[in-house]
Write a protein that binds this ligand. Structure first.
Ligand code: GAP
Length: 492
């Protein structure tokens, strides 16, 4: 059997505090995620997906899309434009209400989101073991935020003696709201140009198409419209890798229902979405629901599904009971009826909506964080370790690596034949350079679940060695069995 431990360079083992940093470095080193326009020193809170990151992202997208549309006969997908008529954002409330309370430090001129500043203090208290003070501060912040009490929030910051990380002073301005939408000009001549926004959520593309889809698809309530696409927000606090970006992707679904049934559908979608998360193979202790204290301008009830990232429990997905807020406002602003005739009760009404909204980039970060494993493989004779990304097979960027043991004796030709058979079914990777041990470890580092090695015996009996990523176990199987083994794991 090809030897797994020929590769003995030792990656530094990350402890809890530098695990996040280790993941960021791994993503860059192995072609998952790069800072945007890095040759110009990058662009704050904007990232590019590399050769493996984009495969992973696409697999997550496909998995979500399939589970939403193919598995629900009453949910269809659309792909609306990023640019929308500017009145859309007036009607949706984003022009007036899509803002965060911010505070500036007068000495450093650095701007902070108020909740992030206070949360950092809560983290400090927790780390210092003062859970009671941390809990009390959390409660105080939550109720002041819910009441939009900016004077009270500033007093809280001052009472806690929170300092700016750059100037080290507590010389704060008053708290003000800043809108998070990016705007640009449509049209080339200034006088003709009109100001439009880059969409801050994909949801509005669904609302404005509600009647188009309902009528052309002859959809009956309850039904849903799903969409995956880019959204843009001028986030102030950056430096959280792909957790908080200025350009990101959302996977959203608006579920249109009869008014009065919202509580039951809200519970239904909370449960259904948590089931989807658990289906990724992530244990349930790593998730929790977090009900919103301060509701977004459109929401009647809302909660987040939070995952325990290396930086703590944070939101991955929001589930929102939006009532008829959006459709009613679009009806008012557009003067077009947004009503549905319900033949079962013989009534016209504006449907209510339950929304599920998950960030694609945050899901990528969640899947990578969960998969990232450092293993100490040392024996009394030799020190050894590996970094392996234990992705579920269906999400892994590469499913199968085909590796001829040596670059001669007809082994590459056999390996190429295996590639030809398998590459139309799933993503394969061919490599003949370096020792087999090094090649295995490179495949571990990008999360490839199966490696098959073609050796001299293959020529005699048409068998190869298959090596399983997580257990590192190896066994002999026939070439003909390869696609079945891989496909079975992709489907599970
Ligand atoms: N349509 C509802 C909506 O947009 P949201 O809670 O503001 O709700 C939904 O956003 C999801 O989008 C979040 O749970 C998160 O996963 C993702 N998201 C929001 N802002 C983000 C950002 N700046 N960077 C990355 N993902 C973000």
């Amino acid at each position: 059997m090809p030897n797994d431990d020929q590769f003995i360079s030792l990656p530094t083992m990350a402890n809890d505090t530098n695990r996040f940093q280790a993941i960021i470095s791994h993503c860059k080193e192995y072609g998952f995620i790069f800072p945007s326009s890095e040759i110009y020193d990058g662009l704050s809170a904007v990232y590019d997906y590399g050769q493996y990151g984009s495969e992973l992202k696409k697999n997550i997208k496909d998995h979500w899309w399939k589970s939403m549309t193919q598995f629900h006969e009453n949910i269809v997908g659309i792909d609306a434009a990023i640019f929308m008529h500017p009145t859309t954002w007036k009607a949706s409330g984003h022009v007036d209400s899509f803002s965060d309370p911010m505070i500036d430090n007068k000495d450093s001129k650095k701007r902070y989101r108020v909740d992030h500043l206070i949360e950092a203090r809560i983290d400090e208290l927790e780390k210092a073991g003062d859970a009671a003070a941390a809990g009390a501060l959390q409660q105080a912040m939550d109720s002041l935020l819910a009441a939009s009490d900016f004077v009270g929030l500033k007093k809280l910051i001052e009472d806690q003696k929170i300092k700016c990380g750059v100037s080290g002073t507590s010389n704060w301005t008053d708290i003000r709201e800043f809108n998070l939408m990016f705007s640009t000009q449509l049209g080339s001549v200034t006088e003709e140009a009109s100001e439009i926004y880059l969409r801050p959520e994909t949801a509005q593309g669904i609302f404005v198409n509600f009647l188009n889809v309902q009528k052309t698809g002859r959809m009956k309530i309850p039904f849903g419209i799903a969409q995956i696409g880019k959204a843009f927000r001028n986030e102030i606090v950056a430096r959280q890798f792909i957790f908080r970006m200025r350009e990101f992707e959302q996977m959203e679904m608006q579920f249109f229902i009869r008014p009065g049934t919202e509580d039951q559908w809200y519970e239904y979608w909370k449960e259904a979405r948590m089931k989807w998360h658990l289906g990724l193979g992530i244990p349930k202790e790593k998730y929790r629901f977090h009900p919103h204290v301060k509701l977004a301008h459109y929401a009647k009830a809302a909660c987040d599904i939070e995952y325990e990232f290396p930086i703590g429990f944070k939101e991955v997905e929001g589930i929102h009971s939006r009532g008829d807020f959006d459709l009613r406002n679009h009806q008012e602003y557009s003067k077009k009826k947004m009503q549905y005739f319900d033949p079962e009760i013989n009534q016209n009404y504006i449907p209510y909506v339950i929304e599920t909204s998950i960030g694609l980039d945050r899901t990528c970060l969640m899947v990578i964080s969960e998969a990232y494993t450092e293993e100490d493989l040392s024996t009394p004779e030799k020190q050894d370790s590996r970094v392996v990304l234990k992705f579920p097979t269906k999400l892994a960027p590469i499913k199968l690596a085909v590796l001829p043991l040596v670059k001669k004796d007809g082994l590459p030709e056999i390996a190429r034949q295996i590639m030809d058979t398998c590459k139309s079914q799933f993503r394969c990777f061919y490599e003949e350079k370096d020792t087999i041990g090094k090649r295995y470890r490179r495949m571990d580092a990008i999360g490839t679940p199966f490696c098959v090695t073609v050796d001299q015996q293959t020529k005699e009996d048409q068998t190869v060695t298959i090596r399983y990523r997580d257990s590192m176990q190896q066994e002999r199987i026939s070439i003909a069995a390869i696609p079945g083994i891989v496909n079975q794991q992709i489907g599970s």
